[in-house]
Design a protein. Sequence first.
Length: 342
Amino acid sequence: MPFSYTPYSKKSPAQKAMKPTSFNIGSITIEHPFILAPLAGYTDMPFRLLCHEYGAGLCYSEMISCHGLVYQQQKTNDMIRISADEGPVALQLFGAEPDIMGQAAAILDSSTAAIIDINMGCPVRKVIKKGAGAALMKSPKLAAEIIRAVVKNTSKPVTVKFRTGWNHHMITAPDFAMMAEDAGAAAVAIHARTWTDGFSGEVDYDVVATAKKKLHIPVIGNGDIHMYDDGLRIMNETGCDGVMIGRAALGNPWIFRDDEPIPTLKLRLIALQRHLHFIALSGQGDRLLGKTKNHAGKYVKGVHSGAALRNKIYQHTSFNDLQSFIDKELASCCSKKKSRPI
């Protein structure tokens, strides 16, 4: 389905000079350095397909439990499904036991994933209590053992995602990144906040720039990238090889495009319709209805009458009804002379 874009404005000469370039993670070429970050509850196969279609050069899965994989839990197995129509996908593992992480990596080695990622940055307390996620930044020796175990059990490139440090008194990302490289990581992604910041603290991209100077492998920056030009600026200022976009991509997949458009209601409904199409192809429309309505509500956030439209979205009790409703709303929108911008 073709898309129609209207750029926000003409770019300045300085903006035009900032051209994103491809880079390699191991043997995998990332053609476009704007990457979809892993987001629990959101970055499933349908949303990844959408973001790939809108320009994301690489998409990360939701966080996958190593125990769920090793014990063959059906919910976990569903999370590692990858469509043949997707671009490169990184499946993200989390856990705190090197042997179990190694076994999980061996299972993923036979998947069609391009990359295996290790989560060492999740700030959620139930993950931290298990010694996983960002808690591993306090245990670099254990973190190194985990990375080596994963690398040993797969032929795929392994990446590691972590934060600038545990808190502002423990900014360890540059040293942690060097440890990851020494342990065999093919690239690292650094969320420019500490664990104590969660998702609301001020980002510190100076730490990302420092890490980039110390490493020979690619470095990906993450945090507070709200539009395409933010990503260009961060790559230009830090020297990082790519940028990772998470929450700002929800209801806003055109953020991965250099001709980032004015987000009219029509454009939003086109993207939502396409997203629903991919969910329908997955065959899980009704099972994912709650999550789908959550996604759908984000597409109309901030537009004229968006609250009323969002309420109508949440009233639907079947996927097919929701899909028909969005089709009708888009048809109505297209029949008007022009869409109302934000």
